[in-house]
Design a protein around this ligand. Structure first.
Ligand SMILES: Cc1cc2nc3c(=O)[nH]c(=O)nc-3n(C[C@H](O)[C@H](O)[C@H](O)COP(=O)(O)OP(=O)(O)OC[C@H]3O[C@@H](n4cnc5c(N)ncnc54)[C@H](O)[C@@H]3O)c2cc1C
Length: 502
């Protein structure tokens, strides 16, 4: 006999848990099914910003803001040609409701720092959760369980069940075999993105991108595939955040991850946060920066070269996404940025930073060397840095000689760089890396209406099926920080209430 719940949620990341809490708060019985052994998904490894308008934090800072302004500003971030593809109705719906979402999250005890600037937003509207995005997961999970919700881990949903035209439940498959569950009011797809599915990347983005990994290795596109099987109209499946050139994450636990996200110390941090000087908070944000932001392209335009583990160049460093595509095909898919003394000196002070969250914090060479010694090494000679990173120095010396003879105008650059004026000088050197090409997120999902109902090819709701977060991005183009978690939380909060009214 299958168990029955009002609502079944496929995925225990940010959007799934937000839906779950909102639905139980409104009196529904809810089951969350998570395929991994722990909750969190991409939300759990994110930085944690939410950009929202009309919040009490903005008001306290004397900032007046509104949904129309935020909607218009979001449009200024998107890469050329994408804004025309935006689902205008859904994005306006999002900006209408995200302020209330921030109040809802604060009412559960989450603490935000900000609002921080992020040009070209006309006002400060980036709110950074303290200490990091894991706090969303712990807070939502705790509240959900307190209110009597049910969570099953290691429970991968592999099928949706139908009763006539209505989606009426799900099937999970695991070591114990198959098990089914019934949903009286709806099944909610909250399975995240497909940045780590080479098959889906090849199909929707192009074969040449298939060797590039996603940052979250578990983002496998199950939610999108379940939607497709149910007959959903899929939108923006080719739109991706990245591929981007990023340093590999630190093994084991970083300092940031060691900060407790629950319990008395986290509570205390929340209370004292307003008293901590901005300078200290910015130093903390700098840690996040050095962990997750990608290095500025200016570094390459200025003469840094990219080498693989064999000490060879393999691309025109100034050409993206070709750079990332070729990087995905190098040994172990890794590369290093080589900087001589001229470059390390230059990238040691404003306005030449290696990475940034504009107007909040800037990270320079010394920040990388002190905060991330695993991905930044300095040496008195080329031999020294090669020794540290196990790169054959003779090959690298030949690579530099070839590059310098191109700079001297003696040959054409084999990889099509042009206009470089600075040769690489042996002496004190810095190697940044290993770095890989990663997809941060994929933006494709089911088309949904403002009730978060999944629509079929005729744009008619599929009865009983809903989607939130990345599964239900619905064709919105939301570039810029803080919009994806903002949507995950907002779509979940709103849907939980709507399901209770249904
Ligand atoms: C490094 C990084 C930093 C980021 N920082 C920010 C930020 O600061 N602000 C911001 O707005 N956005 C940020 N993002 C993006 C943002 O984190 C995500 O877009 C958002 O959290 C996605 O939420 P979600 O609920 O849709 O998916 P997820 O959080 O990925 O949750 C999906 C869950 O569903 C589970 N699942 C999948 N398939 C199944 C199945 N078949 N059965 C059961 N469970 C399943 C997954 O295991 C996962 O737990 C960042 C992304 C990255 C990679």
């Amino acid at each position: 006999m299958s168990e029955t719940f009002d609502v079944i949620i496929v995925g225990g990341g940010g959007s799934g848990l937000a839906t779950a809490v909102s639905a139980v708060e409104n009196g529904l019985s809810v089951l969350v099914l998570e395929k991994e052994a722990h909750l969190g998904g991409t939300t759990g490894i994110a930085v944690g910003s939410i950009s929202a308008n009309g919040t009490s934090i903005q008001k306290k800072a004397g900032i007046t803001d509104n949904p129309d302004d935020q909607d218009e500003d979001i449009g200024k971030f998107s890469p050329a040609g994408l804004e025309e593809r935006n689902n205008a109705e859904l994005r306006r719906f999002f900006t209408e409701h995200n302020g209330e979402t921030l109040e809802w999250l604060q009412s559960m005890g989450l603490v935000f720092h900000g609002p921080n600037p992020e040009p070209p937003n006309r006002v400060n509207r980036m709110h950074n959760v303290v200490p990091n995005a894991r706090a969303y997961i712990i807070t939502l999970q705790t509240r959900f369980m307190k209110l009597g919700g049910t969570i099953k881990l290691n429970a991968r949903v592999t099928e949706l069940q139908r009763d006539g035209s209505r989606i009426s439940g799900v099937v999970i498959s695991g070591e114990a075999g198959k098990q089914s569950f019934n949903a009286k009011r709806g099944v909610v797809l909250a399975g995240g993105d497909f940045s780590s599915s080479p098959e889906m990347i090849a199909k929707y983005k192009g074969e040449e991108y298939a060797s590039i990994e996603g940052i979250n290795p578990h983002a496998n596109g199950d939610g999108q595939n379940l939607a497709i099987e149910a007959g959903a109209k899929m939108v923006n499946m080719d739109v991706t955040y990245g591929p981007e050139f990023r340093f590999i994450p630190q093994e084991g636990k970083t300092f940031i991850q060691l900060i407790p996200v629950s319990g008395p110390i986290a509570w205390l941090m929340g209370k004292v946060m307003p008293l901590i000087p901005d300078k200290m908070i910015n130093a903390y944000i700098k840690r996040l920066l050095v962990s997750w932001q990608h290095p500025e392209d200016a570094l390459f335009a200025d003469g840094a070269i990219l080498i693989n583990q064999n000490g060879e160049r393999f691309c025109n460093e100034n050409e993206s996404p070709e750079r990332e595509i070729k990087l995905g095909k190098q040994p172990q898919k890794i590369s290093y940025v080589l900087m001589d003394k001229r470059l390390t000196d230059k990238y040691s002070e404003w306005p030449h930073f290696i990475s940034t969250a504009p107007q909040i914090a800037y990270a320079y060479t010394k920040d990388y060397l002190s905060i991330r010694p695993d991905i930044a090494c300095a040496g008195k000679s080329l031999d020294a840095v090669c020794d540290t990173r196990k790169i054959p120095v003779d090959t690298l010396r030949k690579t530099i000689a070839d590059y310098n003879s191109y700079v001297a105008g003696e040959n054409k650059d084999a990889f099509g760089r042009n206009g470089d004026t600075n040769p690489i000088q042996e002496g004190e050197m810095v190697l940044l890396g290993p770095a890989k090409a990663y997809f941060t997120m994929t933006e494709g999902g089911a088309l949904v209406n403002t009730s978060l109902a999944v629509l079929d090819e005729d744009e008619t709701p599929i009865p009983g099926l809903f989607a939130v977060g990345q599964n239900g991005l619905g064709g919105q183009i939301i570039w810029g920080h803080g919009l994806h978690i903002g949507w995950a939380m907002t779509s979940g909060r709103v849907l939980g209430k709507l399901l209770a009214k249904a």
